[in-house]
Ligand binder design. Structure first.
Ligand SMILES: *[C@@H]1O[C@H](CO)[C@@H](O)[C@H](O)[C@H]1NC(C)=O
Ligand SMILES: *[C@@H]1O[C@H](CO)[C@@H](O)[C@H](O)[C@H]1NC(C)=O
Ligand SMILES: *[C@@H]1O[C@H](CO)[C@@H](O)[C@H](O)[C@H]1NC(C)=O
Ligand SMILES: *[C@@H]1O[C@H](CO)[C@@H](O)[C@H](O)[C@H]1NC(C)=O
Ligand SMILES: *[C@@H]1O[C@H](CO)[C@@H](O)[C@H](O)[C@H]1NC(C)=O
Length: 370
């Protein structure tokens, strides 16, 4: 029997962390036209920042895989390994030519037990994010490069449809969907046609939720989605952008977010189960809110109603044990989905998500515990 797969679609990014002194930082910010101490997108090839780092700083630079879905896939592979679940985690995205940083990224990801299926754009660099770090301040310069060029032809070329025969779970991040909406629609449709495949979508991050085009397509796709995840800020931004859409599922999501005040009564629910269950589509919604309770409810996208509201308390992590919150959300999803592969209840999946996110709070970045 062939092994089961889980497919993660996302931006393949290599994180480069370059320690600098205050003096050096000032100089580099000026030389490469950067804004200090914030995140920004730049053509790091054209302004030669990438060449500068690899030629003069290669010894002091540390490398890590970046990207939300990439980090979730690494956590998923780690959980499968630790708990001996025979499921292969596959990351799907786009890379540039096979230069040193591409090789570095691929080998780091493979070492974490993730299989890679990548379309190529040989005229573009592999996506990367250069972090100039000076004590607690960091100037982040991202270049998505090849990562933002995934399209419909790549689905064909990578044989994604035949992979789906062995797949029970497909995951995609918002950062990926926004630049590849055609592929997003095609993939979710393929999954929806196969009842045993669950499609999980992560809204991340806030800036994509400000794009009307993105929000519109995600709203239409709710009727084919099995799990919708995001944090509170992302949901609030998403719903604000969606407010002009006049879509009943958006109204239902707003009710769910208000804490279930308008959740239908048990009576109404049994009416529904009598008549419509066969034809209705249910999407599980999960919202994290930092250290506040995780909220979840079911959205019947056919009747545009929410029900079965859950609020799950997050155990406190002592402040001195928290290294940083980088990747907490991405690891929450990985934990949730892992428990789902084990057919656990929604409550148990959320608890597993919390457990996984707490593991990385105690690590710096999204490095995995030994
Ligand atoms: C996808 O991108 C490749 C490379 O740029 C291009 O050759 C192909 O025509 C594109 N396909 C679609 C459907 O846009
Ligand atoms: C999310 O957390 C904030 C506190 O940071 C709280 O005020 C808010 O009520 C929470 N939202 C929900 C819907 O629980
Ligand atoms: C949601 O995630 C973003 C990006 O990781 C973060 O900046 C924001 O504080 C998070 N919001 C909540 C409510 O957790
Ligand atoms: C979960 O349930 C599915 C469908 O009933 C089954 O095929 C699968 O083997 C189960 N997985 C585990 C780990 O029990
Ligand atoms: C992914 O994990 C790496 C560390 O392994 C971290 O540096 C990076 O910020 C994480 N990316 C995201 C989007 O959280």
């Amino acid at each position: 029997m062939s092994r089961q797969l889980t497919l993660f679609f996302g931006n393949a990014l290599l994180d480069l962390t370059v320690p600098v002194t205050a003096e050096e930082e000032k100089h580099l910010v000026q030389r490469f036209g950067l804004v200090p101490h914030v995140g920004q997108e730049k053509d790091t090839i054209q302004n030669e920042l990438m060449a500068f780092v690899s030629e003069t700083r290669s010894d002091s630079t540390s490398y890590a895989p970046g990207g939300c879905a990439l980090n979730s896939s690494r956590m998923m592979a780690w959980l499968c390994q630790r708990e001996a679940l025979d499921v292969t985690t596959v990351f799907i995205g786009t890379r540039g030519a096979m230069d040193r940083s591409t090789q570095k990224l691929l080998s780091l990801v493979q070492n974490d037990g993730v299989d890679i299926l990548m379309a190529e754009r040989l005229n573009l660099p592999t996506g990367h994010c250069i972090n100039l770090v000076q004590s607690v301040e960091r100037t982040m310069v991202a270049n998505l490069g090849a990562a933002s060029h995934f399209n419909l032809s790549d689905l064909q070329e990578l044989g994604v449809e035949s992979k789906l025969k062995m797949t029970q779970l497909v995951y995609m991040e918002g950062f990926f969907a926004i630049h590849s909406l055609d592929a997003f629609k095609a993939i979710i449709h393929l999954c929806c046609q196969r009842a045993r495949i669950k499609f999980c979508f992560n809204l991340c991050g806030e800036y994509v939720c400000r794009s009307f085009e993105f929000v519109k397509e995600v709203t239409y796709a709710l009727s084919e989605m099995d799990i919708l995840y995001g944090n509170m800020s992302e949901f609030e931004t998403f719903l604000k952008t969606a407010s002009t859409l006049d879509n009943p599922n958006i109204e239902a999501l707003k009710c769910g977010l208000k804490g279930g005040q308008y959740i239908q009564s048990a009576e109404e629910r049994s009416d529904r189960t009598k008549g419509r269950l066969e034809s209705s589509h249910i999407c599980t919604v999960i919202i994290t809110n930092g250290s506040n309770p995780v909220i979840s409810f079911l959205l019947d996208t056919t009747a545009s109603r929410v029900f079965e509201f859950l609020s799950v308390r997050v155990p406190k992590v002592p402040r001195n044990e928290i290294k940083d919150t980088v990747g907490a959300g991405d690891c929450f999803v990985a934990g949730y989905l892992f428990a789902m592969l084990l057919n656990r209840s929604r409550l148990q999946c959320i608890e597993k998500g919390i457990e996984a996110s707490h593991l990385v709070l105690k690590q710096s970045g999204t490095s995995l515990p030994n």
